[in-house]
Ligand binder design. Structure first.
Ligand code: CA
Length: 220
């Protein structure tokens, strides 16, 4: 799952980035409103974590800008994180299109859980277990069972698998998979996706992921 973290406070930003990475999210961290607007226009995120008090462009203006966009990018779930805990700010945030609200200081575990809930809701399912054929994936524990047997995946394999499992039946190109699995600061070897795809297939059964030549990959 790829997240955009918009936070100008270095200490909070670094803590949140590390915490979410440990929970398996791919995080792009941005520290000002203007760069955040560029990122929102150019990338598709599974969720956006938005601080309200930001340099250059205010968080609320960013939120309105995002919601005015057409297409899937503008519909990314937004969790507003802010020190402003006054009720009017919270109401304005929700009215501007935020999906959830967290007041600083917050617990990293709670933040992570709320993000997973938002992403699940966005995908149109309330339950934490997603099933596709013989695959059963628990989005809370990030654990996978294949035909009833637990399979353990590395972080990259898991990220690849989640990208495919979010919308089973959708064909994802190599570039789209790279987007889901790697953040901006990650170095990517040109064949990285193929390498992780190979080991993922070895673990869950090669026939469960189909290659559509010249297009991409899809869950069978
Ligand atoms: Ca701030």
């Amino acid at each position: 799952m790829r997240l955009l973290l918009v936070e100008d406070d270095s200490m909070i930003g670094e803590t949140v980035r590390l915490g979410l990475r440990k929970d398996g999210f791919t995080v792009d961290w941005i520290r000002d409103g203007e760069s955040a607007r560029t990122a929102m226009s150019n990338e598709t995120y599974d969720a956006i974590l938005l601080d309200l008090g930001l340099p250059r462009i205010d968080g609320l203006d960013l939120l309105r800008y995002l919601r005015a966009m057409t297409g899937p990018r503008g519909r990314a779930p937004v969790l507003v994180v802010t020190a402003r805990d006054a009720v009017p700010d919270r109401v304005t945030g929700l009215d501007a299109g935020a999906d959830d609200y967290l007041v600083k200081p917050f617990d990293l575990g709670e933040l992570s859980a709320r993000l997973r809930a938002l992403i699940r809701r966005q995908a149109g399912r309330g339950a934490s277990i997603v099933e596709h054929g013989e695959l059963a994936y628990d989005t809370v524990n990030r654990s996978l069972c294949v035909a009833g047997v637990a399979v353990s995946l590395s972080a990259r394999e898991l990220a690849l698998f989640e990208a495919l499992m979010v919308r089973p039946g959708a064909v994802l190109s190599k570039a789209q998979l790279e987007d889901r699995v790697y953040g901006w600061s990650d170095k990517i070897e040109s064949n990285a996706i193929e390498v992780h795809m190979h080991s993922l297939r070895r673990k869950i059964g090669a026939h469960r992921i189909r290659t559509i030549r010249g297009v991409g990959y899809v869950l069978a």
